[in-house]
Design a protein around this ligand. Structure first.
Ligand SMILES: C[S@@+](CC[C@H](N)C(=O)[O-])C[C@H]1O[C@@H](n2cnc3c(N)ncnc32)[C@H](O)[C@@H]1O
Length: 381
């Protein structure tokens, strides 16, 4: 079976598909995440990995100057009063990165993935949901090159164990790019699509991976990072993406967008109604492309969450189900996976006014390329 995930993130779906003996195909726009996904599918002989690790670690203690030493908030040389990495952390990382260049491609990828993780282990900030938060007493922790080496050893040990148990992922692949564009071209037909598109929560996923994007040389300037952000689905308001032109995504959408536009003065960004419109325009395009690529018995599983802005609930799951049906899919089910706590940012000011909070949920929307036979289940045959 071909299992596709057009928003594959760090690659859980393609990896799970491959480990079950299917062909997993992932698409991901963030170059760092595409690298993570691809590397998870990589195999190599454990002794080659162990040998490469020793060679890299030997070179790390000498350190190599990093291009990030005087860049922005990356290090103390950038002029900010807080910085992500102490200089010796960056130098140790950079030395490891250069040393890995001489290793065979699969060993190199595995080592680089470990190095990126190790640098983040010695980072003065940690990822906390939507942002990077400085560690308590980050200055007192005094992370240095030795911490990167130690973290690398730990990470490599886990990967070495995984390599012993990994099944072949031959035929599985990760494509780096914007799925809106890639799926509209010649892409491979699939049996199952399991995916979790960006949630409509105004959260720019590329931003929290800024350290890895720069460290791993996937981008080298804020302008290059902006290009990545512009290729992401329009689920956030931080960059000026092109304005949407379509505005007809079914009755549920219509009632919600009218309500949202009527309270636009109360929104924390005036671009939120436009973002909601753009999001459903993008998802229409993706659902249409997926329908075109679906094999006759294919099914599509979408995991999404609902959103709320200024007290207006956007039932993303139900709207996507409606868009799916308008795109030629047959709706099998919308199932609630769990209820979520409402984010304070979106809600607190409204609580007092409206009295009741919309209860946000995470759901799975299941769509089929053709209606599922009714009699089968009833007769038990
Ligand atoms: C909800 S996350 C998916 C998480 C994933 N299931 C995992 O296991 O990591 C959505 C992903 O979609 C990616 N994305 C956003 N816009 C995209 C686009 N236009 N094409 C492909 N991927 C995109 C984001 O970078 C993010 O990794």
């Amino acid at each position: 079976m071909v299992v596709v995930d057009p928003f594959c993130g760090s690659g859980t779906v393609p990896l799970a598909a491959a480990s079950l003996g299917h062909r997993g195909v992932g698409l991901e726009v963030n170059p760092f995440l595409a690298f993570v996904s691809r590397t998870k599918l990589v195999q190599t002989k454990p002794y080659l990995f162990a040998r490469g690790t020793d060679r890299v670690i030997r070179k790390m203690s000498a350190g190599v100057p990093s291009p990030l030493e005087s860049y922005s908030t990356f290090s103390s040389g950038g002029g900010a009063d807080k910085w992500l990495f102490n200089r010796s952390v960056l130098r140790s990382f950079e030395a490891g990165w250069h040393a890995s260049e001489d290793e065979p491609p699969n060993v190199r990828s595995l080592l680089r993935l470990s190095l990126l993780g190790a640098a983040m282990d010695a980072c003065n900030a940690v990822r906390d949901g939507k942002c990077l938060r400085y560690r308590k007493d980050w200055e007192g922790l005094k992370f240095g090159g030795k911490d990167v080496v130690e973290a690398l050893r730990n990470r490599v040990a886990v990967i070495a164990e995984d390599l012993k148990n990994t099944a072949s992922a031959d035929g599985s692949r990760i494509v780096r790019g914007d799925c809106r564009q890639r799926l509209s071209q010649d892409f491979e037909p699939f049996d199952v699509c399991v995916t979790s598109p960006p949630y409509l929560n105004s959260f720019d996923y590329s931003d929290v991976y800024r350290p890895e994007l720069f460290l791993g040389k996937f981008v080298d300037s804020n302008e290059a990072l902006r290009v990545v952000r512009l290729r992401t689905l329009r689920s956030h308001v931080q960059v000026e993406w092109p304005k949407p032109t379509l505005d007809d995504f079914g009755t549920l959408y219509r009632s919600r967008i009218e309500k949202l536009r009527s309270v636009s003065k109360e929104l924390w960004s005036q671009r939120i109604p436009l973002m909601v419109q753009a999001y459903f325009e993008d998802m229409t395009q993706v659902l249409l492309s997926l329908r075109r690529l679906a094999k006759p018995d294919a099914s599509l599983w979408l995991v999404v969450s609902t959103s709320a802005y200024a007290g207006v609930e956007i039932p993303v799951d139900l709207i996507l189900a409606e868009i799916g049906m308008r795109s030629g899919w047959f709706l099998r089910e919308v199932g609630v996976l769990r209820y979520l706590r409402t984010s304070g940012q979106h809600w607190n000011r409204w609580e007092a006014l409206a009295g009741e909070k919309p209860q946000l949920r995470e759901s799975v929307v299941i769509l089929d390329a053709k209606p599922r036979g009714r009699g089968k289940r009833a007769s038990g045959k």
